[in-house]
Design a protein around this ligand. Structure first.
Ligand SMILES: *Cc1c(COP(=O)(O)O)cnc(C)c1O
Length: 430
């Protein structure tokens, strides 16, 4: 992986110029590599399981565009579809038949999305779904889980206040306390806390929003019965259940987490994979609820570039490739990686815990896999930073944070998995 002095100078120059342009040198915070204590990479090219940085170094990639790249980078069929679509022009400002094609493909995989709408990002999809939930119930409060990420809208950038079932406090500067106060934050996988919140605020919670597999504080699987409890508690109180499947949709299986765990939400938000690497989001659910959205109902929501033909084309080809046998192969790939990492840790006598749901996987520098955000955040950050650096030196690019999922793709073959395990064996041995 050694780059010449001359090409390394290119990265150094890019860092200098980026830092003079963008806050922290980036257009999304995690790209700054701050939590791993390394200079940020500039990625210029991707193909299959690999990416290349601006100095020409190649890495096996587990960032996977933060989820969308389930087929690997630059999937040839997707790229071809994009070229064909491009020849017809870009957004034309009226409904394109491609929107119907992708919408039907999504609904066929997720029948709970009886009606849906496309947005340009997952953040917008979640904002819109919760506006709809508030309109449908006539209630203001939202219940979310600590460590759950649902985009960067004000009322979701919040942290738990003191004590269970109390109102949240701002998790970002610039979020008014009055807005944060409309959100209640409770620990993930804690049924009593959910029940306590409903007891404390009867008939006042519009919706419970949850990542059915928590994947933004490292991967945390739902405890048996937890999603079922959310379903029954919301139904009993007249609140709506919103599954934020922006990551899990088409990732943990074609039908998302709702099919995998057999729990049906009222509303679902999607993003990432359904756009095949292009900007996208979608929200949808019960037809009676979606009928409240403009122009059929009073809940306003719009987007100049919503349903963009390039996003639709990339989504259609991506979803078409996601067959049952490919998910099975992906499961095998991810399980092989997990076993290899467990063995590597045992050989190196390093206590690590691996949490995996399908092709989402996190190596926690902890004694056992966490059940909630508080347990996850106790992981040894310095140890992860060292591991990250050693893996990078070994040609493997992990998500540059101890609290993110590794995204295994269908382009990762036995060779890449073996190389990754070998790199981990060396890295953990240090
Ligand atoms: C990425 C993500 C979002 C936000 O999507 P953007 O397209 O980045 O706005 C929302 N929810 C979850 C679960 C996500 O992982």
């Amino acid at each position: 992986m050694s780059a010449s002095i001359e090409t390394e100078a290119r990265s150094a120059d890019l860092i200098r110029r980026a830092e003079g342009l963008f806050p922290g040198g980036v257009n999304s915070p995690v790209r700054a590599f701050r939590s791993v204590g390394r200079p940020p990479l500039f990625l210029e090219r991707g193909r299959g399981p690999h990416v290349w940085d601006a100095d020409g170094n190649r890495y096996i990639c587990y960032i996977g565009s933060w989820g969308p790249a389930i087929l690997g980078h630059a999937d040839p069929t997707t790229i071809e579809a994009l070229h064909r679509t491009l020849d017809n022009g870009l957004a034309l400002g009226a409904t394109n038949p491609l929107e119907i094609e992708l919408g039907e493909a999504i609904r066929a995989a997720m029948p709970s999305m009886e009606r849906l709408r496309f947005t340009s990002s997952g953040t917008e999809a979640v904002m819109s779904a919760l506006r709809l939930a508030r309109a449908a119930t006539g209630r203001d409060l939202i219940l979310k889980f600590a460590g759950g990420y649902h985009g960067h809208a004000d009322h979701l950038l919040v942290e738990a206040g003191s004590g269970i079932a109390t109102h949240a406090i701002p998790g970002s500067a610039g979020v008014p306390a009055s807005v944060a106060g409309l959100t209640i934050v409770v620990p993930y996988n804690d049924p009593e806390a959910v029940e306590a919140a409903f007891r404390a605020h009867p008939a006042r919670i519009a919706a419970v929003i949850v990542e059915p597999v928590a994947a933004n504080v490292g991967v945390i699987a739902p405890a048996p019965g937890f999603l079922e409890l959310l379903r029954s508690a919301t139904a009993a109180d007249g609140a709506l259940l919103v599954f934020d499947e922006v990551i899990t949709g088409f990732r943990v299986g074609r039908g998302g987490a709702q099919a995998r765990f057999g729990v049906t939400p009222d509303l679902t938000t999607l993003g990432k994979i359904i756009g095949g690497g292009m900007p996208i989001g979608a929200y949808g659910g019960r037809a009676d609820l979606m009928a409240l959205v403009a122009p059929s109902g009073p809940v306003y929501q719009a987007g100049t570039l919503s349903g963009h033909p390039l996003s639709m084309a990339a989504g259609i080809t991506t979803l078409a490739a996601l067959t049952a046998d490919r998910y099975e192969a992906l499961e095998t790939t991810a399980a092989t990686l997990e076993r290899g990492l467990v063995d590597a840790a045992r050989t190196a006598e390093r206590p690590i815990a691996i949490a995996r749901v399908g092709s989402l996987l996190t190596v926690f520098f902890l004694e056992r896999p966490p059940l909630n955000a508080a347990e996850a955040l106790a992981a040894d950050r310095a140890a992860f930073g060292t591991f990250f650096g050693a893996m990078l030196d070994g040609g493997v690019l992990l998500p540059p944070s101890p609290f993110e999922a590794w995204f295994v793709s269908m382009a990762h073959g036995p060779e890449e998995i073996a190389e990754t395990i070998a790199a981990a064996t060396t890295a953990l041995g240090r």
